[in-house]
Unconditional design. Structure first.
Length: 146
């Protein structure tokens, strides 16, 4: 509609919203994607170190969850690749990447929890970052409020 003075603009309360997200939420998803990519790269390196040379890691003899370090290396390598690819997909705003990111960050949390006796400080840092990634991906909403 236009009048003699120009087009009319609806009042702010009646304007349709493009999305239910604010700028800070979108920024959190971007930060979560970057954290996932860095975490994935570090997991890949950790996996390669465990596969190449078992003497790099400290072993705890009386730990309930005892796995061969080569097995742990393959687990970290595969998980790291999946986390890295999901982080890249989050940068491209893929819809599936949000759900996959939540899933793989949860797996990363589980892996960090299981490695607490070997590297307690690093495991707590990764656990904290994974909690943040899950929270950031859960807050993001693609559809406007109804």
């Amino acid at each position: 509609m236009s009048t003699a003075t120009g087009p009319t603009v609806p009042p702010p309360a009646n304007r349709p919203q493009e999305s239910g997200n604010t700028a800070w939420v979108t920024g959190l998803v971007l930060f979560a994607a970057v954290v996932m990519m860095v975490n994935g790269i570090l997991e890949i390196f950790q996996g390669i170190m465990a596969i190449a040379d078992d003497d790099v890691f400290v072993s705890t003899p009386r730990y309930v969850f005892r796995l061969d370090l080569t097995s742990w290396g393959w687990i970290h390598l595969i998980l790291g690749l999946l986390v890295l690819v999901t982080g890249l997909a989050l940068l491209r705003a893929s819809a599936w990447a949000r759900y996959a990111g939540i899933f793989f960050a949860s797996l990363s949390m589980l892996g960090s929890f299981l490695s607490l006796p070997y590297y307690p400080l690093w495991s707590v840092v990764v656990l904290t970052l994974d909690v943040f990634v899950i929270w950031a991906l859960c807050v993001y909403r693609t559809d406007p409020l109804a």
